[in-house]
Design a protein around this ligand. Structure first.
Ligand SMILES: *Cc1c(COP(=O)(O)O)cnc(C)c1O
Ligand code: SF4
Length: 335
């Protein structure tokens, strides 16, 4: 398979993403006082914003809910008790290189170390991605372990963002995975349909279609936190996934100043179900160092969900959950 025009289009979009705080601030007409703090913060976790995402941010508004997800702040450099570098214990469940096995019946493969956007609240901002397998040969121990464990019915491609792999690489990995007889489902966790929607092009859709036709059900879990993220190009990408027969779920993180209001969560759920996407999880923030200023109290989270239940069909209310180190599943925060 040689790279198609569409394949190079999304790669160009990725290459054009903003990585320089000065450029971000200039393009959005933001106060120049934000620059020095941003320059200090990017030393810990670099800035990255694709143009498609940038276009959804209101100019001159430092409080824009999408800007808040990407703008590096000085406060990220502060140490806050209780916020650590590996809050969910990923490094303790890394069973073979590249593979996390902590959920029953599911194996998680960290297939890509990179992301197309850098979300300031990310729980993996300190994960040692550089140590994960890169070549097909590097994956051998993971394949052996998947093959030998017939309890694994679902393989979750995660990262980083698995859709940053080229179609060719993705096809190789998916084919290896779906050759394993007991693997029935492939789940892809990706923020790209939302932040780099031109990644969803015919080559990728064809791959998903072939996997489905060969008997593997492909699920997609996207990640949008705010209704403004669901711009027109995103809607088109999502509709294409759905038309290919891929069920699409959304996960969000509850974030102070971004989506900690009934109005915002209500609009987000409505926009998602209008498109045909199921709101799946609303995550309580993982307590990773540098993100304390995003934390919303669980009590407030519960109130928000109760209010959503009053106003939305049941299937539009996400499960409010938290990841706890050592637990084999998410813990529901509504009891
Ligand atoms: C919880 C979690 C999973 C597993 O999700 P389920 O939908 O509960 O099976 C996979 N990846 C990450 C990053 C998670 O936090
Ligand atoms: S896309 Fe996902 S993994 Fe990447 S920085 Fe954002 S939250 Fe983290």
């Amino acid at each position: 398979m040689s790279p198609s025009i569409a394949e190079t289009t999304w790669q160009k979009s990725l290459a054009q993403a903003i990585r320089d705080p000065e450029e971000l601030i200039a393009r959005l007409n933001l106060p120049s006082s934000l620059l020095q703090p941003a320059l200090r913060s990017v030393q810990l976790f670099p800035l990255m914003v694709p143009i498609s995402y940038l276009n959804r941010i209101e100019h001159g508004n430092p409080a824009d809910p999408l800007l808040k997800q990407v703008l590096p702040l000085e406060i990220e450099t502060q140490t806050v008790p209780g916020f650590t570098t590996d809050p969910v214990g990923d490094l303790n469940v890394r069973s073979t290189p590249g593979m996390l096995h902590k959920y029953q019946g599911r194996a998680l493969l960290m297939v890509s170390g990179a992301c197309a956007i850098h979300c300031r609240y990310c729980f993996r901002r300190h994960y040692p991605y550089g140590e994960e397998p890169r070549t097909l040969a590097d994956w051998e121990p993971a394949w052996k372990s998947l093959l030998s464990d017939s309890s694994i019915q679902e393989v979750i491609l995660s990262g980083g963002d698995p859709l940053l792999l080229t179609d060719v690489r993705l096809q190789e990995l998916c084919e290896r995975i779906t050759e394993i007889p007991h693997v029935k489902r492939l789940r892809i966790h990706s923020r790209l349909p939302v932040v780099l929607p031109d990644r969803i092009h015919s080559g990728l859709l064809d791959l998903f279609q072939r996997l489905t036709e060969n008997g593997t059900t492909v699920w997609m879990v996207i990640h949008a936190n705010h209704p403004n993220e669901l711009a027109e190009d995103v809607e088109i990408a999502i509709r294409q996934l759905l038309q290919t027969g891929i069920p699409v779920l959304n996960q969000s993180v509850l974030l102070k100043g971004v989506n900690d209001s009934v109005d915002t969560l209500l609009k987000l759920s409505e926009s998602l179900i209008n498109l045909g996407v199921m709101p799946y999880y609303l995550h309580q923030l993982d307590r990773v160092s540098g993100v304390a200023h995003f934390e919303v109290a669980e009590e407030q989270g519960r109130e928000l969900i109760c209010e959503l239940r009053r106003r939305l069909p049941g299937y539009a209310v996400p499960q409010y959950v938290r990841e706890i180190e050592g637990e084999s599943h998410k813990i529901s925060l509504l009891g």
